[in-house]
Design a binder for this molecule. Structure first.
Ligand code: ASP
Length: 320
């Protein structure tokens, strides 16, 4: 079957999207500019394009997901790809097949795009070496979640008109968060000022070397911030006690109206989801549309993933 040709489109010089680290400011801008176009397309009645006709996308998720899996599926389908979600609970993975054997098996079926989420940092990169197609990291352990950082950036850029010279506070469980790591890389590349706020137990040792300002006091850290990015406590990655009780954590680090009042008046609240209301964020604040852009992030997620699928298949479509 012939695929729609992408004639004279600007190329994207990466075979895979494994992380934000390694991308340039120009490449991030290229992804965001293209995603902006997909936002418009997704708001039309006819959302479908035949750009990826004939191409096969497999979504391989070893960890649970709602937003990322759904939006990658929607993104592929809106671009015309055949999209298959491989369930790890009903496949041979349950019978003990290794990641690399699964990769070789899928590779033999000639997919064009493999979207992978895995609980171990580095697993997606390892898998990318075993397959011939483009691999997109949909979150690997505590390491990176590049499309999340890109959709966060798109949300911020559309609301604030720029990324440079803004102050973003990333709050809570930074230690276990791939979202935080990808965002720190991206925001540093784009010239945004980054603060991390959390208890010492939930901040990685030496985090200041990543080009961020460190705060342990939420009110101090939020002063003058344009963007507040709240993180879920990743209890599934915790072995031991990182904070005394949930109610104590909420009173010190949970975002409520009082703490929010210390940020800029027009501060924007982001959360990658899933949210734990009453743990890291107060329900009223999460639903306060004057500040919260959480639902908008979900919309941007589909557009950003369409842009990534488009860019990573350009050279293939050019030569087909
Ligand atoms: N959904 C995001 C992730 O997969 C954030 C989270 O789970 O808290 O990393």
């Amino acid at each position: 079957m012939s695929s729609a040709k992408a004639t004279s489109l600007p190329a994207f010089n990466h075979k895979h999207l494994l992380g934000i680290e390694g991308l340039t400011e120009a490449e991030i801008t290229q992804i965001l500019d293209l995603a902006d176009q997909y936002v418009d397309q997704n708001r039309q009645t006819d959302k479908k394009k035949n750009l990826l006709n004939g191409l096969t996308q497999i979504n391989l998720f070893y960890e649970n997901s709602t937003r990322t899996l759904m939006s990658f599926e929607l993104a592929g389908k809106r671009l015309g790809a055949d999209v298959i979600n491989m369930s790890t609970s009903s496949s041979s993975i349950k019978k003990g097949e290794t990641l690399l054997d699964t990769a070789s098996t899928l590779n033999a079926m000639h997919p064009d795009l493999l979207v992978v989420r895995h609980g171990s940092s580095g697993a997606v990169k390892l898998l990318s070496r075993k397959v011939d197609c483009a691999v997109l990291n949909a979150g690997d352990g505590k390491h990176e979640h590049p499309t999340q950082a890109l959709l966060d950036a798109l949300t911020i850029r559309r609301r604030k008109g720029r990324l440079a010279r803004l102050t973003v506070a990333i709050c809570g469980d930074v230690l276990h968060s791939r979202v935080a790591r990808s965002n720190i890389h991206l925001l540093n590349i784009m010239g945004t000022r980054v603060r991390v706020i959390g208890p010492p137990t939930l901040l990685p040792a030496g985090v200041e070397k990543m080009g961020v300002e460190v705060y342990h006091d939420m009110i101090q850290g939020l002063k003058g911030c344009d963007i507040i990015m709240m993180l879920r406590l990743q209890t599934e990655r915790m072995h031991g006690a990182y904070f005394p009780t949930i109610s104590e954590y909420f009173s010190l680090y949970g975002l409520d109206a009082e703490k929010l009042s210390h940020a800029k008046e027009d501060a924007l609240i982001l959360h990658p989801g899933p949210m734990n209301r009453g743990v890291e964020i107060d329900a009223a604040v999460a639903d306060d549309l004057a500040h919260s852009a959480i639902q908008e992030q979900v919309e941007m997620g589909v557009a950003v993933r369409m842009a990534c699928l488009d860019l990573l298949t350009r050279s293939k479509r050019e030569t087909s």
